[in-house]
Write a protein that binds this ligand. Structure first.
Ligand code: PLP
Length: 426
């Protein structure tokens, strides 16, 4: 058999020469994806920098990974659960695919009190990112999609992977079929809905990653009304809700009527330091139905049973401990610690005369470097101060001229970063 085209056949792949090629064509949607997923790309640049400067002490304020230890009231609950698995009495195999009902009810009670949601409408996941893709599988390739610009890249990339996005257009750096809802300081980081085209699905993240903006009640009311008028479904990402300090809603379901138009995804990652433990949830209200009246919750249940099989029971035991009164209190102080970090970062950049957004209701500062490419600013800060940030354009063309700085580091690293930045820029 002679393959028709052999990609890269004469070159090496990670040092290994490519020989035999299968007859399997590459998924055209994967071919359509532009460059690597943002965060592994940052990690690659970081590793190159470490190779170049082996003695430099690198400060990582890029990828939003938590650094504070998990309070031991929570790890003890996980350890206890893990040890019990070594006993006949305590052993547990598969659980319910949708998650432990006690945890589902606790989430409904703590995060959605008085919002009319029940435990059976909460589906426990292994993280919000995984459920973004499961939701895309639920929706399929025929959906039209809108995203905030800038926004967390998983919404756009998963749309490309399932075939919703259309061709990438290098001149605009946008995918043809995705509606980009520009969110800038000029519009209060909230899209002008009067000029936004109708789509089936609207991804909306608040507090937003990367801008740190938490949408107000009035803004979310507009969004819900917009979705209702257009017959759209909102996929609302509240992964950073625990960081809200002002009166902004922590859930889309605080808005009347949202249960008929919105799915909410959320996570223990940033609220409980579970980025490695892996636990999240998705809310699919019973009132949310397709154009033919069929309940979305039934299809999501089907997807979860087919494609997931349930979150780790150890992680779920940890999740229940997070929601116990003592666990919840301990986590609030961890969130408070990161918020103080965010304040230090915001003050640092402001003292350099730069305009800084976010940092008050989110663990990210969004810093404007007017007239400068965000990759250039990223590279300059890395080269001159050994601090890793994220270039704003990685979150969409609307992120150009910005960098995102994460507050998830240890305090001494944040203070050291502040010193280095002040030294370099003044
Ligand atoms: N949603 C947003 C907005 C995020 O920023 C992240 C992670 O950074 C996720 C979801 C993914 O969360 P998880 O760790 O639960 O998969």
């Amino acid at each position: 058999l002679q393959p028709k085209t052999i990609w890269n056949s004469s070159k090496s792949n990670n040092g290994r020469r490519l020989g035999h090629c299968t007859e399997v064509p590459r998924n055209v949607n994967m071919e359509n994806l532009q460059s690597g997923y943002l965060f592994p790309e940052i990690f690659k640049r970081e590793s190159e920098h470490v190779r170049k400067y082996p003695d430099a002490s690198l400060i990582r304020l890029g990828i939003g990974d938590t650094s504070e230890p998990i309070p031991d009231i929570i790890t003890s609950a996980m350890a206890e659960h893990a040890f019990a698995l070594s006993t006949v009495k305590g052993y547990k195999g598969y659980g319910e695919e949708q998650g432990n009902m006690a945890l589902r009810k606790a989430i409904a009670e703590i995060f959605y009190k008085d919002m009319g949601l029940k435990g059976n409408e909460i589906f426990i996941s292994d993280g919000a990112q995984c459920d973004i893709s499961r939701l895309q599988m639920l929706l399929g390739s025929n959906m039209t999609v809108a995203v905030q610009d800038p926004s967390f890249p998983a919404y756009t990339d998963s749309s490309v992977i399932v075939g919703q996005a259309g061709k990438f257009q290098p001149e605009t750096e946008k995918y043809k079929n995705i509606v980009y809802m520009n969110c800038t300081p000029e519009n209060g980081f909230f899209p002008d809905l009067s000029t936004t085209s109708r789509t089936n699905i609207i991804f909306f993240c608040s507090p937003n990653n990367p801008t740190g903006h938490a949408a107000s009640w009035q803004q979310l009311k507009q969004l819900v009304e917009f979705a209702k008028a257009n017959g759209s479904i909102i996929i609302y990402d509240s992964a950073y809700a625990a960081y809200i300090s002002n009166a902004s809603p922590r859930s889309i379901y605080e808005i009347p009527g949202a249960r008929e138009v919105a799915i909410e995804i959320s996570s223990f990652s940033k609220f409980a330091g579970f980025t490695g433990v892996r636990l999240g949830w998705t809310v699919v209200p019973e009132e949310l139905v397709y154009s033919n009246g069929y309940p979305v919750i039934k299809d999501f249940d089907r997807i979860v049973c087919t494609c997931f099989n349930g979150a780790s029971n150890i992680a779920q035991a940890g999740g229940l401990a997070c929601l116990s009164p003592d666990g919840y209190q301990a986590l609030n102080s961890v969130v408070g610690y990161y918020k103080e970090n965010a304040k230090i970062i915001v003050d640092t950049f402001e003292s350099l005369g730069l305009k800084v957004y976010g940092g008050k209701n989110a663990p990210y500062a969004w810093v404007h470097f007017p007239g400068k490419s965000s990759w250039d600013t990223f590279a300059e800060i890395l080269e001159k101060t050994h601090i890793v940030t994220i270039p704003g354009s990685g979150f969409g063309p609307g992120g150009e001229e910005y960098i995102r700085v994460s507050a998830f580091g240890q305090r001494e690293c944040i203070l050291e970063a502040s010193r280095r930045l002040k030294n370099f820029y003044t």
